[in-house]
Write a protein that binds this ligand. Structure first.
Ligand code: FAD
Ligand code: NAD
Length: 467
């Protein structure tokens, strides 16, 4: 059998793998990347980008629909219609532009891209096949093996995917909008896509196992989202257990938080109860690597327990976010090239693209107290921000958390329309070790939502100007 040789062999062309490949090639490392599906991975094809495209389309339609009854702005729309097939084509066009761009960047940098499924032979070698019946695999050997195979969606034991039961992947390419959608899981995907379907006209019911939505975030942050779900007419059942489909297969049987058995009629059921590292079906077990729960265990340089075998992204567990995967990929390429690097971010921003959006960077007041830090925290409400008024977006606030002794900022949280864009300034201030005085003393452009960031810092110092 012919064997191809390379220095860095990467399995998986998602944001972790493709960024590692580009950076490695920039640093002169001979790199081969194996991808079984499309370059760009979950993020570009069936995750971050298509979901944000559908959120934008649903918002635009919802707004047009809303204007049909007239509005305080004086805008009235006669009729709003949506051609969902065209919406999906538009979304697919964005995906194609981005995945094509990744392919072009890899080519430009001289990365060898091999299309096919990699199966581990040993810690330096993989066989690549086109499908199960392929009896002539291509064998590739690399001095370094980088594992970046991502994650897969969790299914419900009694209600496997198929027929009416869909995952986020199908939900992102609807052929038509169902009359009734039941969403199992009130986390990131359940709420981002539940809101899309509601704004596109479906009756949406969310079933969440915990006693509140987005249980990862504190209640003060999720309250404006809860209010918005109510206003938009989504039904939410908390502390509820899904028992399966009814006998006719057209309703989800649920035991709700107060012990009632409910049959929730459903034309479709979106199951979004989390994702797990993709560790099965490609021979990973042969390497007998150390695990941490269901994820591959890595150190602060993304080294696994085997020499020159590295792992990044969702395969290494939480937080399963594209920007973390990219940062890890870039770092591994630099370490292999001889640079001294360590994965030790002060904070990784998490953004939930609900309506309104939520951003969390660093520690909340509760996290800080649990960590034994004596902190001060302050809010600034968007109700007191001029730009928010002009956007009809006065729900929500910015909150800062800082150490009492030296005013060093340890956390930012915000909820409101468009706050995802504030994640950048939040990350910068924490990563650069800013104190409240640094943010309070910086001139922030007027009128912007960002003024609420400065005002939160001023308020923590006891002298907010506009509240
Ligand atoms: P992936 O992107 O999953 O890429 C892994 C790649 O490996 C895939 O292309 C796969 O085909 C390939 N592969 C797997 N096994 C093999 C094999 N044996 N041989 C060859 N190729 C293989 N994150 C955010 O930060 N922001 C968001 O807004 C966001 N929205 C999301 C919305 C949805 C609906 C979903 C599902 C996820 C979202 N995420 C978001 C999460 C984000 O997509 C992931 O964290 C990110 O894609 C992880 O990158 P990765 O490189 O680790 O893996
Ligand atoms: P999630 O962990 O965000 O939410 C899952 C929710 O389902 C939780 O609230 C959980 O309590 C609930 N749940 C679990 N089992 C249940 C059951 N049997 N019945 C009812 N509820 C149940 O997971 P997700 O929404 O599937 O998203 C997967 C991952 O994808 C996320 O963790 C995140 O890493 C990534 N993602 C990120 C973004 C973003 O950054 N904006 C968007 C989408 C997805």
């Amino acid at each position: 059998m012919d064997i191809q040789h390379t220095t860095l062999l990467i399995i998986g062309g998602g944001p972790g793998g493709y960024v590692a490949a580009i950076r490695a090639a920039q640093l002169g490392i001979a790199t081969t990347l194996v991808e079984g599906e499309q370059l760009g991975g979950t993020c570009l094809n069936v995750g971050c980008i298509p979901s944000k495209a559908m959120i934008h389309a649903a918002d635009a339609y919802h707004q047009a629909h809303h204007f049909m009854g007239g509005s305080a702005l004086g805008i009235q729309v006669e009729a709003a219609r949506i051609d969902i097939a065209q919406t999906v084509r538009w979304k697919d066009g964005i995906v194609a532009r981005l995945t094509g761009g990744v392919g072009a960047l890899l080519k430009k940098h001289g990365v060898k891209v091999v299309k096919g499924w990699a199966h581990i032979v040993d810690g330096k070698t993989v066989d690549v096949t086109q499908d199960i019946s392929d009896t002539k695999p291509v064998r590739i050997q690399g001095e370094h093996l980088l594992l970046a195979t991502g994650s897969v969606e969790l299914g419900l034991p009694g209600m496997p995917f198929g027929g009416r039961v869909i995952s986020s992947t199908q939900a992102l390419s609807p052929e038509r909008i169902p009359g009734k959608l039941v969403v199992v899981g009130g986390g990131y995907i359940g709420l981002e896509l539940g809101l899309v379907y509601r704004k596109l006209g479906a009756d949406v019911t969310v079933v969440e196992a915990q006693d509140r939505i987005l249980p990862l975030y504190d209640e003060e942050l999720t309250k404006p989202v809860t209010n918005s779900l109510r206003k938009l007419g989504l039904q939410v059942h908390l502390a509820s257990t899904v028992q399966g489909l009814n006998a006719a297969g057209d309703a989800v049987r649920v035991l709700d938080g107060v012990g009632r058995e409910l049959d929730l009629a459903a034309d479709q059921v979106l199951v979004a109860i989390g994702r797990v590292p993709n560790t099965h079906g490609w021979g990973l077990e042969k390497l007998m690597l150390a695990m941490q729960g269901r994820a591959l265990k890595v150190d602060d340089q993304c080294r696994t327990s085997m020499r020159n075998v590295w792992a990044i992204g969702d395969l290494t567990g939480e937080p399963m976010l594209a920007h973390r995967a990219m940062a890890q990929g870039e770092m591994v390429a630099e370490i292999i090239s001889g640079k001294r690097r360590q994965f030790a971010p002060a904070a990784i921003a998490a953004v939930c693209f609900t309506d309104p959006e939520i951003v969390v960077v660093g520690q909340s007041p509760v996290d800080a107290a649990k960590a034994g830090l004596d902190c001060i925290s302050a809010h600034f409400p968007f109700a007191a921000n001029g730009r928010a008024m002009t956007l009809e977006a006065t729900d929500g606030f910015v909150r800062v958390v800082a150490r009492r002794d030296n005013h060093r900022i340890v956390g930012w949280q915000a909820v409101g329309v468009g706050v995802s864009e504030l994640s950048t300034v939040f990350s910068h201030s924490i990563e650069m070790g800013a104190c409240l005085e640094d943010v309070a003393g910086t001139i922030h452009a007027h009128p912007t939502l960002g003024e609420a960031v400065q005002e939160a810092a001023l308020r923590a110092l006891g002298h907010a100007l506009h509240v």
